[in-house]
Design a protein. Structure first.
Length: 414
C-alpha cells in the first residue's frame, strides 16, 4: 500500500518585504555581541548576494520575517551555531509520495504543524554560511507531544523524534534532508538529479525515488495579537512546486554516507586549487576539414573542495584529479584563434569550478568519480553553447602531433 506523509509549515508575515528586527536575543548576555555581528553579516549577505531571490520571494508571498529576539546559540564542536525561527506570509506544507502517487491536499493548512529556522553557522576557519531548516514531525510524533516541537534543534533532536528535517537555500531550492526515527538519522534525502553522479545510488536497493510536493495556501487578512500572527480569507491549498528526490538508507561505507548526518551541505573552493590563472595558455593544433577544429591535450587538473561539518576541528577535503582532457573546439563561422580557443576553455573551466561548489551545496554527492564526471560534462556543455560541435573527453586525444599543455596553479602562475 502506498503511503503519503504530509507535514506543514504555516507561518505568516505582515509585510511583503523581509523585516529584520534589531532586538537582542533572549539568550545569555555573553552572545549579544556575537548575535549582533551575525545579524549584520546576514543582512549584508542577503543584500549583496540574494537581492534577486528576495524579489521572487516577495512576489510569491514567501518573504521571511526573521525573529531575531527568539534566537538561540550553541556550540557544535568548534563551530558556533545560531538558530533563529522565521515566518512567511504564505503558508506552505510538504507532502512526500513514492514518486507515482498524487499528494494529499488538506482542506486547510492551519491545523498542520512544523517549525522552521534560519541556521547560521560560524565555522572555526572564519567562514560563515547559512541554510533554512524545516522540522517536519510524523503525525504520530506530533500527536504524542501535543504539537510541542520545542527542543528539537539543529543536530540535536529529541530522542523520541520521528520525521523529516529538510534544508533549503534562501531562494527555497531544496538542498538536502534527513529522515529520523527515535531521534537518530535513518535515511538521507537529496535531489534525484544528482543520482547519475553517485554510483552508490544507482546500484543499491536501499534507495527509493520520492517526490517532495510543496502545497501552498495564500491568505489576505492578517492580524497580530499576543506575539502571534493569525489570518483568514484564505484560498484553497494548491500544489506550488515539486522536487524529485532520492531517499537512501544511511550507510557508513557509502562515499557520502555517515559523515555529516543531520547537517546541511556547506562546501567551498580551496583557493590554491580553484581557478586557472590568466597565464595558462593551452596549446592547440588546428585540424582542417569540413568541421575544422582546434584540438589539444590538457593535463594536470587538480581541483579541490572542502567542507566543514559535524563540529569537526578540520575540514573534509576531496581531491578531484583530472589527468588528461582531450578538448576539441569547433570555431564554426567565428574568427577563433589558437589563443582564443585556450581562453575559451580556461574561462569555461573556471566557471564550472564555481558551479561545482554550488552543485555540492545543492546535494550532489561528494564522490570523486561523480564530481569529475560532472565537471567534464559541464565544461563541455559550456563550450558547446558557444561553439556547437565541440567536445571535452576525459582521455588523451587520438592522432599524431596533438600538443599537450599542463594546467598551472599557485606559484606556477607567476
Amino acid at each position: 500500500m502506498k503511503k503519503v506523509f504530509l507535514y506543514t509549515s504555516c507561518f505568516v508575515l505582515l509585510a511583503i518585504t523581509i523585516i529584520l528586527s534589531c532586538r537582542k536575543a533572549d539568550t545569555p548576555a555573553r552572545i549579544d555581541n556575537d548575535l549582533a555581528a551575525i545579524q549584520s553579516w546576514f543582512i549584508t549577505e542577503i543584500r549583496n548576494n540574494h537581492a534577486g531571490d528576495e524579489q521572487v520571494l516577495a512576489a510569491s508571498g514567501q518573504s521571511r520575517k526573521i525573529l531575531w529576539d527568539k534566537a538561540i546559540y550553541f556550540k557544535d564542536g568548534e563551530d558556533e551555531v545560531f538558530q533563529i525561527p522565521y515566518k512567511t506570509k504564505s503558508a506552505k506544507t510538504f507532502s512526500f509520495t513514492d514518486g507515482s502517487s498524487q499528494p494529499r491536499i488538506p482542506l486547510s493548512l492551519k491545523e498542520e504543524n512544523s517549525v522552521r529556522y534560519l541556521i547560521i553557522t560560524k565555522r572555526e576557519n572564519g567562514l560563515t554560511d547559512f541554510a533554512l531548516m524545516t522540522v517536519l514531525p510524523t503525525k504520530q510524533y506530533n500527536t504524542s507531544v501535543k504539537g510541542d516541537l520545542a527542543g528539537n534543534n539543529y543536530r540535536n533532536l529529541k530522542k523520541e523524534f520521528a520525521g523529516h528535517v529538510l534544508f533549503h537555500d534562501w531562494k527555497g531550492t531544496f538542498k538536502n534532508g534527513w529522515v529520523y526515527n527515535n531521534g537518530s538519522v535513518v535515511e538521507e534525502v537529496r535531489d534525484a538529479r544528482w543520482d547519475k553522479y553517485d554510483q552508490h545510488a544507482r546500484t543499491t536497493s536501499t534507495c527509493t525515488t520520492t517526490t517532495i510536493y510543496e502545497v501552498c495556501q495564500t491568505c489576505t487578512e492578517w492580524t497580530f495579537s499576543n506575539g502571534e500572527y493569525s489570518y483568514s480569507n484564505c484560498t484553497e491549498p494548491f500544489v506550488c512546486g515539486s522536487t524529485s528526490s532520492t531517499t537512501c538508507t544511511v550507510d557508513e561505507t557509502a562515499p557520502n554516507g555517515g559523515g555529516g548526518s543531520g547537517t546541511y551541505t556547506s562546501w567551498y573552493g580551496v583557493t590554491d586549487y580553484a581557478t586557472l590563472c590568466g597565464s595558462n595558455v593551452f596549446a592547440f593544433k588546428y585540424i582542417a576539414g569540413p568541421n575544422g577544429a582546434y584540438v589539444g591535450n590538457l593535463t594536470g587538473f587538480n581541483s579541490r573542495f572542502a567542507k566543514w561539518g559535524q563540529g569537526t576541528a578540520n575540514p573534509t577535503v576531496i581531491y578531484v584529479p583530472i589527468t588528461t582532457l582531450c578538448v576539441t573546439i569547433v570555431p564554426g563561422a567565428s574568427q577563433l584563434t589558437e589563443r582564443g580557443a585556450s581562453e575559451a576553455f580556461r574561462k569555461a573551466f573556471n566557471h564550472v569550478y564555481n558551479e561545482t561548489v554550488d552543485a555540492l551545496n545543492a546535494g550532489m554527492p561528494a564522490s570523486v568519480t561523480g564530481v569529475r564526471l560532472f565537471m567534464i560534462e559541464t565544461v563541455e556543455s559550456y563550450i558547446q553553447a558557444a561553439y556547437p560541435g565541440s567536445s571535452v573527453i576525459g582521455a588523451a586525444c587520438q592522432g599524431t602531433a596533438i600538443p599537450t599543455t599542463a594546467a598551472k596553479y599557485q606559484t606556477d602562475c607567476n
